[in-house]
Design a protein around this ligand. Sequence first.
Ligand SMILES: [Zn+2]
Length: 49
Amino acid sequence: MQMKKCKKCLKYTLKNECCGEKTGASAPPKFSIEDRFWKQRMKARGLLK
Ligand SMILES: [Zn+2]
């Protein structure tokens, strides 16, 4: 299953249509990358041990 995103209400859905418009494929998850940067930032601030 590919998660799709409605361009109108910006909600993720599995449907092909939402709000009367076709939904687009959501961008690939980049949480792992962001999480790594987040941890580096937190470490730099001394908030993460
Ligand atoms: Zn929608």
